[in-house]
Design a protein around this ligand. Structure first.
Ligand code: ADP
Length: 214
């Protein structure tokens, strides 16, 4: 099974596809967003700083990301998924060097090409279980919870992330266009790049990803 980097606009479905890959193939899912949210909840000096940045929709500094990368890769078994990392050119370089240092196999890159309107709909409709982390969507038939507002598995109330509002989405999307999207050119030559255009239905996208990773 191949290692994966997901590139996609905010809220495009990287987390949903990662959850499916973890369940079916035992992937090790490394979500930089989840790692940073955990950091933010610690209320340490660095935690407070990260919390502010997450709420603004901007990218956390490369300095913090660099510190986290080595820590993450030491404990990473293969196959792995990088979700939300790298998000700019300097992070791509950091990752490339660290993978060599830790003797890890090079990942392929899967780009989920979702348009802005669809991404905004997904961000504002996303719901998360605070207990198990499962992701739901208000507007997707396939991803709606069975009982409105409740996790199917834990039965607790679902919540929206602080940054899943239209205002913050704008900043996240601008950062994505300016800093993350240009990485595609780099990945075209540095890694194998696969593009999934207009991915809408989660299980259809998953079938395409399964074809790519096998
Ligand atoms: P989404 O997939 O919806 O974009 P994430 O959970 O991946 O959400 O990211 C949430 C926030 O965490 C981002 O808006 C950014 O502030 C921060 N973040 C995540 N990954 C990185 C990264 N690689 N570098 C800097 N900041 C990051």
């Amino acid at each position: 099974m191949k290692n994966i980097i997901f590139i996609a606009p905010p809220a495009a479905g990287k987390g949903t596809q990662s959850d499916l890959l973890v369940k079916k193939y035992g992937y090790n899912h490394i979500s930089m967003g989840d790692i940073l949210r955990k950091e933010a909840s610690k209320k340490s000096e660095i935690g407070k700083e990260v919390d502010e940045i997450l709420k603004s929709g901007n990218l956390v500094s490369d300095e913090v990301i660099l510190k986290l990368t080595e820590k993450i890769l030491t404990g990473t078994s293969e196959p792995y998924i990088f979700d939300g990392f790298p998000r700019n050119m300097s992070q791509a370089k950091i990752l490339e060097e660290t993978l060599v240092k830790f003797n890890k196999t090079k990942p392929i890159v899967i780009y989920l090409n979702v348009n802005k309107e669809e991404a905004i709909k997904r961000a504002t409709g996303r719901l998360n279980c605070p207990k198990c982390g499962k992701i739901y969507h208000k507007y997707s038939e396939e991803l709606k919870p069975q009982i409105e507002g409740k996790c199917d598995e834990c039965q607790v109330d679902l919540i929206s992330r602080d940054d899943d509002n239209e205002e913050t989405f704008k900043t996240r999307y601008e950062n994505y266009i300016k800093k993350t999207l240009p990485l595609l050119d780099y990945f075209k030559s540095a890694n194998d790049l696969y593009v999934i255009d207009n991915p809408i239905f989660p299980m259809e996208i998953f079938a395409k990803i399964e074809e790519i990773i096998k």
